[in-house]
Design a protein around this ligand. Sequence first.
Ligand SMILES: Cc1cc2nc3c(=O)[nH]c(=O)nc-3n(C[C@H](O)[C@H](O)[C@H](O)COP(=O)(O)OP(=O)(O)OC[C@H]3O[C@@H](n4cnc5c(N)ncnc54)[C@H](O)[C@@H]3O)c2cc1C
Length: 259
Amino acid sequence: MKICVLVKQVPDSDSLIKIADDNLTIIEDGITSTTNECDTYALEEALLLKEKHGGEVVVCSMGKDSAVQVVKDGLAKGADRGIMITDEKFENFDALATSKVFASVLKDENFDLIFTGLQSDDTGNAQVGVILAELLNTSHSSLVIGTEMVGDTVIKVKRELEGGWAQWTELDLPASLTIQSGLNKPRYASLRGIMMMKKKPLQTMSASDIDLDDIATKAETKQIYVPQKTKETEFISGSPDEIVEQLMEKLTNEIKVLG
Ligand SMILES: Cc1cc2nc3c(=O)[nH]c(=O)nc-3n(C[C@H](O)[C@H](O)[C@H](O)COP(=O)(O)OP(=O)(O)OC[C@H]3O[C@@H](n4cnc5c(N)ncnc54)[C@H](O)[C@@H]3O)c2cc1C
């Protein structure tokens, strides 16, 4: 079985994020970067499937040069091969344009499974895995919280639904799955894994290596800002019946938490 896992480099959630004066970017000085959280679960799931059924796990990332670290981390944990895509031309790509780059790089590899995280912790479009399925014409399931192979050509997946419900469904391979955090226990890289990583194949690609028509990115960031929080205290007075009546009115028509 051949599995590709997309791993994105994102700012560590413990970093203090400051917005730059242009209100379009963040100040990167002093920020530590890490692998997007659900991508680490996606990688673990791929490694577990490989350990059970054999095959190859390939980690692939797109981003600045520094993002190669998340590919190396994946190799140190046990992936067999890495692909790093980096080019300034792709820098402000939205989820659709990003997916087109990945589709172009991955299409001839004929992966049985492509795992992405459910969404990235920074820009959080939750789109790339879904769009990739469409572009590569594969089956797709989102919000995956469990996987189980059925023979060589079908995968059974458990999907998270709303209100604590879940659903099992079967998909023909090839399939693109978006993986939710928490479905397994991501491993740490061992010292041996870190040493082995240095000998594993890591291919670096730029725009000139990729067969792409002119891709126009369609989403544009207008402004980034810290959500404004406002607080207001209002005293309701009157008899108990009047207070209840006013409260019901506010909860129903103003705050709209009662139907
Ligand atoms: C030079 C360069 C600089 C970039 N700088 C930034 C930046 O500063 N901030 C930023 O957010 N993006 C950056 N990108 C990447 C790109 O713009 C985003 O990846 C893209 O917009 C996807 O959006 P998303 O993360 O919201 O997707 P989502 O749909 O939320 O991502 C879902 C899943 O798809 C996979 N995925 C998505 N994007 C990538 C990726 N790039 N690499 C590997 N897996 C991925 C992951 O598994 C992720 O969990 C850069 C790209 C390049 C080439």
